[in-house]
Design a protein around this ligand. Structure first.
Ligand code: ADP
Ligand code: MG
Length: 294
């Protein structure tokens, strides 16, 4: 017996490394005419590395102490930046003290009590609330170099910044170009990261429409705005911070290899092998199946 077109398209998607959760998703994928992509872990490999450890001049901590406290606070976070910080500390042979009262705010950062002090690690813009502080200048200097800067505060006082770098996926530029051609609209980058690092990476990926510094609900607002303009938006993301946008989108696809459980559960489909080339491939498959169905 021959399989119905939508089912055989789902099977083909599987061969491209995309797990499509239902035949309805295949139909919806065929309709998308705009794409919004997350940056960290989606366009980038999601295995960032700490490149700079900079205590503030005149501050109270050494380089090693700054990294040790930050890593202890990040220990319970599943964010790619957290893993980078923990790996950097381990790489220097530092022992991580236990942390308690861990809390995380998607799109902002984490905090925990370590060695009796409250350690926060996260977005300089959010932790400093846009205020002028020597730490903001230190972060901006790293961001000019395309780094993601994270601020470390001790009991609310800025102690230093970490510079973190991630690589664009090898097939990012080709995949976004193909998605742009297929949908007839310029792909949009939606990221919680800083505008400087976002712009630099977007340039490498050939993306011109960049929305940076977004909280999870801002990503939802960006998608809704595109949908009000008559677009059916495909959202691609990997993080907890992407889950609301994945849910709000016409179709949501999660990057599976390092994706957070929440993103994988919320998305309509999952890219299992983490190849961005699979995205235009499944859109083409979905469209072909629709032509056979109608
Ligand atoms: P993206 O949208 O690019 O995937 P996120 O929304 O996950 O980025 O994060 C946005 C920003 O929030 C990061 O650039 C960082 O400044 C901060 N942040 C979020 N989670 C963490 C964390 N666990 N440790 C440090 N910083 C974090
Ligand atoms: Mg992400």
């Amino acid at each position: 017996a021959t399989m119905p077109p939508l089912l055989s398209a789902m099977a083909n998607a599987g061969r491209h490394g995309v797990l499509v959760k239902s035949a309805v998703v295949m139909e919806r994928l065929a309709q998308v005419d705009a794409v919004a992509l997350d940056k960290t872990g989606t366009l980038t490999e999601g295995t960032p590395r700490v490149t700079d450890v900079r205590p503030l001049p005149g501050g109270s901590v050494t380089e090693e102490e700054l990294l040790r406290l930050a890593a202890a606070a990040e220990h319970s976070s599943e964010h790619p930046l957290a893993r980078a910080v923990v790996d950097a500390a381990r790489g220097r042979g530092l022992d991580l003290p236990p942390a308690r009262d861990f809390a995380s705010a998607p799109g902002t950062g984490v905090s925990a009590v370590v060695d009796g002090r409250t350690v926060a690690v996260g977005s300089p813009a959010r932790l400093l609330d846009g205020g002028a502080h020597p730490a903001a200048a230190a972060a901006a200097a790293l961001e000019e170099d395309g780094r993601t800067a994270v601020l470390v505060t001790l009991d609310g006082v800025p102690a230093g910044v970490l510079g973190i770098a991630d690589r664009l996926r090898a097939d990012a530029a080709a995949a976004t170009a193909a998605l742009g051609a297929l949908t007839g609209s310029a792909p949009v980058l939606v990221t919680g990261d800083n505008p400087r690092a976002a712009a630099r990476l977007a340039r490498e990926a050939g993306i011109t429409d960049v929305r940076a510094g977004l909280l999870p609900q801002d990503k939802v607002a960006a998608v809704r705005e595109m949908e009000r303009a008559g677009r059916r938006v495909l959202v691609v993301g990997d993080g907890v911070n992407d889950a609301p946008a994945l849910a709000a989108a016409h179709t949501g696809i999660a990057m599976g290899r390092a994706g957070s459980d929440l993103a994988l559960e919320t998305a309509d489909a999952v890219v299992v092998r983490d190849e961005l080339a699979a995205l235009p491939a499944v859109v083409r498959l979905a469209r072909r199946a629709r032509r056979l169905v109608v």
